[in-house]
Design a protein around this ligand. Structure first.
Ligand SMILES: Cc1cc2nc3c(=O)[nH]c(=O)nc-3n(C[C@H](O)[C@H](O)[C@H](O)COP(=O)(O)OP(=O)(O)OC[C@H]3O[C@@H](n4cnc5c(N)ncnc54)[C@H](O)[C@@H]3O)c2cc1C
Length: 499
C-alpha cells in the first residue's frame, strides 16, 4: 500500500508525549514538514510522570536545552537512582543506582569480584562500593565524570520535575520553532474511503485539522489508534497486577534527597519524588487486593510532609497495543501502553519511540517495511521493560498478604525466568545487547531483591586473595574521597538552578 507526500504532521494530545514528539520533530524534521499539535484544555493531562532515567539527558542534548534553565523552569531536582524500601520485608532497602558499583575489569563485572570477596568472608554490601550510594547517603550531588584519576565512571543522573511545567517548557520551545498549537476537543475522525488512512480530525469548535501523518498522544483514551483504528490492547496485568494509583502533592522537603523512593505497601507501593517547591507522592495498588479507601488512608498516613491536596485517583491497565503504528498513525505515550511507574520508564519510552519514528519517518510514501520495523522494535522494547518490572514483584519476600504471595507464585515469561535462574547460579546476567537496563542495574535489583548468586565468574580469580582484598579496600577509599569533594544536593541546586 502506497501513500503520497508526507508534509503535514498532526500530533493529537499536549501532555508529555505530545510535546516531546513535537519538540523532537521540530528540531530534526522541522525544515521539511509542518507540525500542528491539537490539545484540549478542557480534558487536561494525566498530571503525573515526574521522575526520569538518565537517557533523558540525550533528549535534552538533541533539543539543545540548557540544563540549568530547564531545571529552574520545571522546579526540578537531580536523581541518582531509586531506593526500594521494604520489598524484602520490613526494614529492607537497596538503591537501584544509575551507576556501576566499583569498577569492571575487562569484561568481568564488578559484582563477580564482590561475590568472590564475600565468599572469602568480606562483610560489605555491593553498595558499599557505590559512588551513587555514598552520595545519596550524604545527600550530595555534583558533576563528576570520573572518580579521581581512575577509569571508574562518575555520577550518572536523571531528573525529577513538575510534569505540567515540563509540558509548558517544551511548548514554549516548540512554538519558537514553528509548531502550531490548536486548541479544541476532537469530536470525529475523517478517513480515506479506500485506504482507511486518517485524513483529518474534526474539533468541537468547528475546526478541521488535516494531515498526512498522525501521532496519537491522547493518553489512556488512545483516540486515534485505539478507538478509531481499532488496534486492540494486550493486557499484562497477570504479571503487573497494579491497576490504580492515588497521587497527592505534599510540602517540599527540608533537605531535598537526590533520589526517588519506592516503598512497598501491602498491595502495591508508594512513590516519593522530591521537587524544589513540593513533593510528589502516590500509591500504586491493585484493586483486586485493596479498597480505594484503604489505599488513600495508607498514602496519607505515610507522607513525609503535610499533604497539599486530596489524593487524585488514576485508573490503568498495564499492557500495550498489539501494534503501535497502523495506517498513517503511530501511538506514543500512554495511548501506546503503560507498564506502571516503578522504574520511571514511561517518559523514556516516549523519547525512545519518538526517536525511532523519526529515524523511520517516511519522506514521500508510507511503506510496510518501515511500519513493520517500528512495530517489531517497539514490541521488543516494551517486553524488555515489562520483564525488568516483573522482577521486582516476583522476587519479593513480604509476608503481609495475598498480593505479594500472588506475585511470588505467578508464572513468569520465559526470558525473565531464565535471567533469574542464570544470575542465581553464577551471577551472570543474560542481558540482551539492546536492553535499556545495564548489567549493573540487573545485578543491583536481583541482589537487592534477595538473590545471592551461588557462584561467580571464574575470570574473577585472576588476582590473588591478597590482591583482591587490597583492590576492594582501595576502591572504597577512592570513592569516599570523591564523594567528600561534592557539594550537597541543596547547595548544588541553590548555586546553579534554583527556581
Ligand atoms: C500513576 C502514574 C505515575 C507515573 N509516574 C511516572 C514517572 O514517574 N516517570 C515516568 O517516566 N512516567 C510516569 N508515568 C507515565 C507518564 O505520566 C506519562 O507517560 C506521560 O505523562 C505522558 O502522558 P501522555 O502525554 O501520553 O498522556 P496525557 O498526559 O494524558 O495527555 C493526553 C493529551 O491528550 C489530550 N486529549 C485527550 N483526548 C482528547 C480529545 N478528544 N481532543 C483533544 N485532545 C485530547 C489531552 O488534553 C492531553 O493534552 C506515570 C503514569 C501514571 C499513571
Amino acid at each position: 500500500m502506497i501513500h503520497d507526500g508526507i508534509d503535514r504532521l498532526v500530533i493529537v494530545g499536549g501532555g508529555t508525549a505530545g510535546w516531546i514528539a513535537a519538540a523532537a520533530f521540530a528540531r530534526l524534521l522541522g525544515h521539511r514538514i509542518s507540525i500542528e499539535l491539537v490539545e484540549s484544555d478542557a480534558i487536561g493531562t494525566v498530571g503525573v510522570g515526574e521522575a526520569t532515567i538518565p537517557q533523558i539527558i540525550r533528549l535534552n542534548t538533541v533539543l539543545g536545552l540548557d540544563e540549568d534553565d530547564f531545571l529552574r523552569f520545571c522546579k526540578g531536582t537531580f536523581k541518582l537512582g531509586i531506593e526500594f524500601v521494604d520489598w524484602s520485608g520490613p526494614g529492607s532497602r537497596y538503591l537501584h543506582t544509575f551507576g556501576d558499583a566499583g569498577i569492571n575489569l575487562g569484561s568481568v563485572h564488578f559484582h563477580h569480584y564482590w561475590r568472590r570477596h564475600a565468599m572469602n568472608g568480606g562483610k560489605e554490601r555491593l553498595w558499599d562500593y557505590s559512588l551513587h550510594q555514598m552520595a545519596v547517603d550524604e545527600g550530595r550531588f555534583g558533576k563528576l565524570d570520573r572518580v579521581g584519576n581512575t577509569q571508574m565512571t562518575g555520577l550518572a543522573y536523571a531528573y525529577h520535575f513538575d510534569a505540567s511545567l515540563y509540558a509548558r517548557y517544551l511548548r514554549n520551545y516548540c512554538e519558537q520553532r514553528g509548531v502550531t498549537r490548536t486548541e479544541g476537543m476532537v469530536q470525529s475522525v475523517v478517513r480515506d474511503g479506500e485506504s482507511g488512512d486518517i485524513r483529518s480530525i474534526e474539533l468541537d469548535n468547528g475546526k478541521s485539522v488535516a494531515g498526512d501523518f498522525f501521532i496519537d498522544c491522547t493518553g489512556f483514551r488512545a483516540l486515534l489508534l485505539g478507538q478509531e483504528l481499532g488496534v486492540d490492547y494486550l493486557d499484562w496485568s497477570r504479571w503487573l497486577p497494579c491497576d490504580r494509583a492515588l497521587a497527592v502533592p505534599s510540602e517540599r522537603m527540608d533537605k531535598i534527597p537526590p533520589f526517588t523512593r519506592a516503598t512497598a505497601r501491602p498491595a502495591g507501593w508508594q512513590w516519593r519524588i522530591p521537587l524544589q517547591h513540593r513533593t510528589g507522592n502516590g500509591h500504586v495498588y491493585s484493586s483486586g487486593f485493596m479498597s480505594d479507601d484503604e489505599a488513600a488512608r495508607l498514602l496519607l498516613d505515610n507522607l513525609d510532609t503535610p499533604a497539599l491536596d486530596d489524593p487524585r485517583p488514576i485508573r490503568f491497565t498495564t499492557g500495550r497495543r498489539s501494534s503501535f503504528w497502523s495506517h498513517n498513525c503511530v501511538a506514543i505515550g500512554l495511548s501506546s501502553g503503560f507498564l506502571e511507574p516503578l522504574e520511571s520508564t514511561s517518559i523514556h519510552l516516549i523519547q525512545s519511540n519518538v526517536s525511532r519514528l523519526i529515524e523511520l519517518f517516511p519522506r514521500a510514501q508510507i511503506g510496510d517495511a518501515e511500519r513493520d520495523e517500528y512495530n517489531r522494535r517497539t514490541i521488543h522494547e516494551f517486553e524488555q521493560v515489562r520483564d525488568f518490572l516483573i522482577l521486582h514483584y516476583n522476587l519479593n519476600a513480604r509476608e503481609d498478604g495475598e498480593f505479594w504471595r500472588y506475585c511470588r507464585n505467578m508464572a513468569l515469561p520465559d526470558p525473565i525466568r531464565d535471567k533469574i535462574a542464570l544470575f542465581a547460579a553464577s551471577g551472570r546476567i543474560g542481558r540482551d545487547v539492546d536492553d535499556l537496563f545495564r548489567d549493573a542495574s540487573w545485578a543491583q535489583v536481583m541482589l537487592g531483591q534477595g538473590i545471592l548468586p551461588a557462584d561467580y565468574n571464574p575470570m574473577a580469580d585472576q588476582m590473588s586473595d591478597e590482591q583482591l582484598a587490597q583492590f576492594m579496600g582501595d576502591l572504597r577509599k577512592l570513592i569516599e574521597k570523591a564523594v567528600a569533594g561534592l557539594p550537597t544536593h541543596d547547595d548544588y541546586i541553590a548555586r546553579n538552578c534554583a527556581a
